[in-house]
Design a protein around this ligand. Structure first.
Ligand code: SF4
Length: 430
């Protein structure tokens, strides 16, 4: 088997396995396990399936794959651009033209009009977003169709539509005396194109972890309350920071009538939170923060706002992947950082900024199992396919869905936070 420089450092917990990093194709074809899944998640009905990766790519050594990727990229030139999310493994990041979080990459996809093909090394909803924002002549490829997002799958269209019907029945549809709608839908970028389109149709907007506060301000100017999905933690952490009391943030569980709430709770709500979470970030705990402080006096703890509220409260700072990266880069004195986000990014920061001590808060390191589905074997396969005139794994959002989703995305892009620009691709192995 190819030898791959794994960034997993410790024995896997129930939700992750080093085998997935080495041979994602052996998982991609197993019935009952598919896209959008951490190891324990149920596969959503109708989710796309990845076909078998040709054996030559499975058998190739890591160095062979890198050579083939470099050669295919050189042959394709400006016709192709590779976007890489911060959570991708180093073996992928080294080939990316742009590296960033979902917000930055949504913008980066718009800045490469000459590229006919955008190869998105991230997860399914990101490729959908790139397709929605891409120009007419551009197509978007996701190297492995099984790279979904378990959080995004926690809010499906039917459940959100049903929730909306119940809320409209309760709140009505008429604006108040100040012209504010009864409720505005806000979806995190980590959601399907169908839900972004839902927001576009209902006066709503998309947000990322970089701009959630700006977007909520936008929504509160236009609505009496907000329905926030799918990530309860980003919604709760952001609204709490803005002064919304916890008792005015009921959670909507799609399995019960009124989401498991009373009508009074919902009438008093400022933010209705969807019952979704990230299986990577929910692993971080207050105990980990306390242990980091005990073992590393003076440590600076920064976590992602997808972490539970108690963890965000216990940390020194919380912010998006871009925020975390900029905070580390801006530290002028050698500093110890304990970071609460996906381990590939933490390890890359540690390599890039050796003057600091940087470690992941979670001692049982668990990468995002869906991001890990993008293996160099898949990247080589799609790039060599393009060289040979074959196009694999195109992500195409239907025109009607794309048009509505674009409305919600453009509202978000208009609320761009200061200082957020695509990062140049990291140098090899950084
Ligand atoms: S880290 Fe969490 S939110 Fe991000 S892609 Fe993975 S499962 Fe989805």
């Amino acid at each position: 088997m190819p030898s791959i420089a794994l960034t997993i450092q410790a024995a896997p917990a129930a939700a992750c396995t080093p085998e997935l990093a080495k041979q994602p194709w052996s998982f991609d074809t197993v019935p009952g396990y598919g896209p959008g899944s951490s190891m324990g998640d149920v596969i959503p009905a109708g989710a796309p399936r990845q076909g078998g990766l040709p054996a030559e790519y499975q058998r190739a050594t890591t160095e062979e794959l890198h050579e083939r990727i470099r050669a295919a990229k050189a042959a394709l030139g400006d016709r192709v651009v590779i976007l890489g999310h911060f959570y991708q493994r180093d073996e992928i990041v080294q080939h990316a033209d742009f590296l960033g979080d979902s917000f930055q990459l949504a913008n980066a996809a718009q800045t490469v009009p000459n590229a006919e093909t955008i190869v998105f090394c991230g997860v399914h909803f990101m490729a959908e977003t790139a397709d929605i924002l891409a120009q007419q002549h551009q197509r978007v490829i996701l190297p492995n169709l099984a790279a979904g997002c378990s959080m995004a799958d926690m809010a499906d269209s039917d459940s959100v539509e049903e929730c909306w019907e119940q809320l409209e029945a309760l709140y009505g549809t008429e604006p108040d005396a100040e012209g504010r709608a009864p409720i505005i839908p806000v979806t995190y970028m980590n959601s399907s194109a169908a839900l972004k389109a839902f927001c576009g149709r209902h006066g709503g907007i998309v947000c990322t972890s970089s701009n959630a506060e700006t977007v909520l301000e936008w929504a509160f100017e236009r609505g009496q309350r907000v329905l926030f999905f799918p990530d309860q933690h980003l919604g709760r952490n952001t609204a709490k920071k803005m002064g919304v009391p916890l008792e005015r943030m009921p959670m909507w569980n799609p399995r019960g009538p009124l989401g498991g709430n009373t009508a009074e709770q919902l009438l008093d709500a400022r933010v209705v939170l969807w019952h979704g979470f990230c299986s990577v970030h929910k692993r971080f705990t207050v105990e980990q923060v306390e242990r980091a402080r005990a073992e590393h006096p003076g440590v600076r703890v920064i976590v992602h706002p997808e972490c539970p509220m108690a963890v965000v409260d216990a940390a020194d700072e919380a912010g998006s992947t871009d925020y975390i990266r900029r905070a580390v880069a801006a530290a002028t004195e050698p500093t110890t950082f304990a970071i609460g986000t996906e381990v590939n990014m933490v390890n890359r920061l540690a390599a890039e900024f050796p003057q600091h001590e940087i470690f992941c808060l979670d001692p049982v390191v668990c990468p995002c199992s869906t991001m890990y589905r993008i293996h160099p074997g898949y990247l080589a396969w799609v790039l060599e396919g393009l060289v040979n005139g074959e196009t694999h794994n195109v992500i195409e959002v239907p025109d009607a869905v794309a048009a509505d989703a674009r409305v919600a995305l453009e509202r978000m892009l208009a609320s761009r936070p200061a200082g957020s620009v695509p990062a140049p691709a990291a140098p090899h192995g950084a």
